[in-house]
Design a protein around this ligand. Structure first.
Ligand code: GDP
Length: 370
């Protein structure tokens, strides 16, 4: 029988089969690790030697156990969200688990917002969305993991809020938590290689990575859980990359009459149902091609051209793509119609609009952020 071996870093059971799963160690590193008594899984090895954090995904059970353990402790919870997908960033039931612990909401991808956006309006909206999900956040702020923007402010804010306690960083997958964690590690450790320690309790941990803070407390990264209501789960990786806002969004203005429709590729659709001729401003990735048509012909147009003229998704992927579901909004004052994971359309005049998004993916309205 095979002897059970554990990583001296995170405590995961060592395995050499599956590189994507916990405890993976390449065969080539196994013997040396055993010989030196320094057996680390590949993830802990990279973390220790290169200060580089790779992500792991938790199963639902592991994730619940982890959340429960946070609630048992007096700690600060930092929740990372994607500002382009607040709904897809929410952790179901988080409010029950964090108990009385304070939550700081950190909105990632500020680099993609147009310069004209008022950050305070975005954080205000994030607070509102978090409250709607049952959370009582103490504060919200914006960062960019990719561009390392406001990471110092984040560390300052965390220091101010944690009052000597441990800090748990939580988030669903795809919100950019790993990217932010790597920036935090860089900012917190500089070139000092040995600052990061992994857990001292082999076999009992839940893949938590601990970054020691000055007073003996730790900043703890936790595995992400999958949120199925994200564009990431209805699009291929290539299409997702194409339509996810990557660079600063440039506004595009459309003059529409009631009875006109905009298709966002074949992924979503916007109908101007009722109102005077008006201008609408779209904030989407340049690669998300917008087609205008008459609403009365839009269904037929979609059936004929989805996967063809209307892309993404491509012809081969459109078969798997969920059907579009319609939601109607009556707009009384300037409003943003937010397409989760894609961007938004600013509606400037009163009227009635309808939004079509893939079943399972969300569309919401908010007060304008510009
Ligand atoms: P995780 O699953 O939450 O750990 O997410 P990742 O860190 O792997 O990031 C998910 C995707 O978002 C990747 O494609 C990143 O390149 C992208 N991303 C992460 N942070 C930022 C950011 O600050 N700005 C932008 N534009 N993209 C980001």
């Amino acid at each position: 029988t095979e002897e059970e071996l554990f990583c001296i870093g995170c405590g995961a059971k060592i395995q050499t089969e599956n590189a994507d799963e916990r405890g993976y160690t390449p065969n080539s590193a196994l013997a040396k690790g055993i010989e030196t008594g320094q057996l680390l899984c590949q993830r802990c090895f990279r973390l220790r030697h290169y200060n580089q954090l790779e992500k792991v995904e938790a199963t639902d059970d592991e994730f619940l156990a982890m959340l429960n353990s946070i609630g048992d402790e007096d700690a600060l919870v930092v929740k990372v969200v994607d500002i382009f997908d607040m709904y897809g960033s929410m952790i179901p039931g988080l409010h029950r688990f964090v108990g009385k612990n304070p939550i700081l909401i950190v909105g990632n991808k500020v680099d993609v917002l147009p310069r004209s956006v008022k950050h305070s309006r975005v954080t205000h909206w994030m607070m509102k969305q978090a409250r709607a999900a049952g959370l009582r956040p103490v504060d919200a702020m914006l960062v960019s993991g990719k561009k390392a923007t406001y990471i110092d402010d984040l560390l300052k804010k965390v220091e101010e809020l944690r009052e000597g306690r441990n800090v748990y960083v939580v988030g669903v997958t795809n919100v950019g938590k790993s990217t932010i964690m790597n920036q935090i590690i860089k900012a917190a450790t500089g070139n000092n290689e040995d600052v990061i320690t992994t857990s001292q309790f082999p076999g009992t941990t839940l893949d938590q990575i601990r970054i020691p803070l000055d007073d003996g407390s730790s900043l703890i990264d936790t595995p992400g859980i999958i949120h199925r209501h994200q564009m990431a789960h209805v699009l291929s990786e290539k299409d997702l990359h194409l339509v996810s806002p990557q660079k600063e969004l440039k506004p595009m203005t459309y003059q529409l009459n009631a009875g006109q429709t905009l298709f966002l590729g074949a992924i979503a659709r916007f109908d101007y149902v009722l109102g005077e001729r008006a201008s609408f401003t779209g904030y989407f990735s340049n690669d998300l091609k917008i087609h205008r048509t008459k609403t009365e012909k839009a269904d037929a147009f979609y059936d004929k051209h989805k996967g063809g003229l209307l892309q993404p998704p491509s012809e081969t992927e459109i078969e798997q793509f969920p059907k579009l579901v319609r939601r109607e909004f009556v707009v009384k004052e300037p409003t943003d119609i937010v397409f989760s994971g894609l961007g938004w359309i600013a509606v400037h005049k009163p009227g009635k609009v309808a939004v079509w998004v893939p079943e399972g993916v969300d569309a919401v309205i908010r007060e304008p952020i510009i």
